[in-house]
Design a protein around this ligand. Structure first.
Ligand SMILES: [Zn+2]
Length: 69
């Protein structure tokens, strides 16, 4: 099991990744995309993971490009 640091617990915790629709506005468009978010298994708070965040930004950019053709 992978562990990441949770600010709320102030400890390395096990976490679960859930796919969540996130609404965002980028430049001149507002749209939703499916983001992968990590949640602490102990307290349920969202955990920041750099790799996931990069992945979500790429997904958002891809959706934006599709919207704009
Ligand atoms: Zn926690």
């Amino acid at each position: 099991m992978m562990k990441e640091y949770c600010y709320n617990c102030d400890a390395d915790v096990e976490y679960s990744i859930k796919e969540v629709m996130i609404e965002t506005d980028m430049k001149d468009a507002v749209f939703s995309y499916l983001a992968r978010i990590a949640y602490c298994n102990d307290c349920g708070e969202e955990i920041y993971i750099a790799g996931l965040s990069d992945e979500n930004i790429k997904t958002a950019n891809k959706v934006y490009r599709e919207l704009k053709g």
